[in-house]
Design a protein around this ligand. Structure first.
Ligand code: CA
Length: 229
C-alpha cells in the first residue's frame, strides 16, 4: 500500500516515513502543501497523512482540492493540541480521522490500518477470500488452517490483490502500490513474486487463486467473504 505523508517538521517527517516503511508501506513525502497536493493528485495513493499547519498553505486546502478532484483515498489529519476548530473543519472537508500531536506511532499505524480497511469495505483486520485469510494487523496468512510464511513483498502483493478481490490489477498498478521509487519498479520482480505466492498458497494447484489476465494483469479469483460482525 502506498502512503503519502505531508509534514513540514523534518524530524517528524523522517520518523513517520521510516516507521511506515518498516511496516511494509511504500511512502511518498512532502514538506509543503503545494508538493503534497500535487503528489496526491498525480500518484496512486492509498491513503494520506496530512499535517494541517504547513508553511505555504493550510493543510485543509490540500484536502479540499483532492476532494474537489474526486480523490477519495482516506485522509488522516495531524493537528496541534488545542486546535479543535481544525479537526472539525478537516472532517467537514472530507478527512476521515485525526490525531493530535504528539502521538504514539503505534496509534497512528492502527488508525491508518483501520482507514485502509474501511476504504476497501472491510471492518475487520482479518480479510478472507475463499479459504485464504490474511490478518492485516498481525501480517499473517493462512490457507484453510495452514499458516504460511510469506516475505514482506509477497505479503504486500497478496494484500493488494485481496483488498481488490475480483478486480484485475495491472502489473504497473501492483508495482506502484509496492514501491515509491521508480528505479525499483520491475515487472519481472512482480512475476517472480506472483509465482512464489501461487506455490505457497496452492501447492497442489487445485485452487488457482491468482489468475493471469493476458495483456491486462492479475486478479484474485476467489470471492471475498465479508465479515460485518
Ligand atoms: Ca506543521
Amino acid at each position: 500500500m502506498r502512503i503519502l505523508v505531508i509534514e513540514d517538521e523534518p524530524a517528524l517527517l523522517e520518523q513517520l516515513a521510516t516507521r511506515l516503511r518498516a511496516d511494509g508501506y511504500a511512502v511518498d513525502t512532502a514538506a509543503t502543501a503545494e508538493d503534497g497536493e500535487y503528489l496526491g493528485l498525480e500518484y496512486p495513493i492509498d491513503a494520506a497523512i496530512v499535517d494541517l499547519g504547513l508553511p505555504d498553505r493550510p493543510g485543509l486546502s490540500v484536502i479540499e482540492t483532492w476532494r474537489a478532484n474526486q480523490k477519495a483515498f482516506p485522509v488522516l489529519i495531524l493537528t496541534a493540541r488545542g486546535r479543535w476548530e481544525d479537526k472539525v473543519a478537516g472532517l467537514e472537508l472530507g478527512a476521515d480521522d485525526y490525531l493530535v500531536k504528539p502521538f504514539h506511532h503505534e496509534e497512528l499505524l492502527a488508525r491508518l490500518r483501520a482507514l485502509l480497511r474501511r476504504a476497501a469495505g472491510f471492518s475487520q483486520s482479518r480479510i478472507q477470500c475463499g479459504p485464504i485469510s490474511i490478518d492485516l494487523g498481525a501480517k499473517s496468512v493462512a490457507v484453510a488452517d495452514r499458516e504460511l510464511e510469506l516475505t514482506a513483498l509477497e505479503f504486500n502483493v497478496l494484500e493488494v490483490l485481496m483488498l481488490r478481490a475480483g478486480n484485475v490489477l495491472s502489473k504497473s498498478e501492483l508495482t506502484e502500490h509496492l514501491y515509491e521509487d521508480d528505479n525499483e519498479r520491475d515487472s519481472n520482480v512482480l512475476e517472480v513474486i506472483i509465482g512464489r505466492l501461487r506455490k505457497k498458497l496452492d501447492p497442489s494447484r487445485e485452487l488457482n487463486p491468482i489468475e493471469t489476465i493476458r495483456g491486462q494483469g492479475y486478479r484474485l479469483r476467489l470471492p471475498r467473504v465479508r465479515d460485518d460482525a
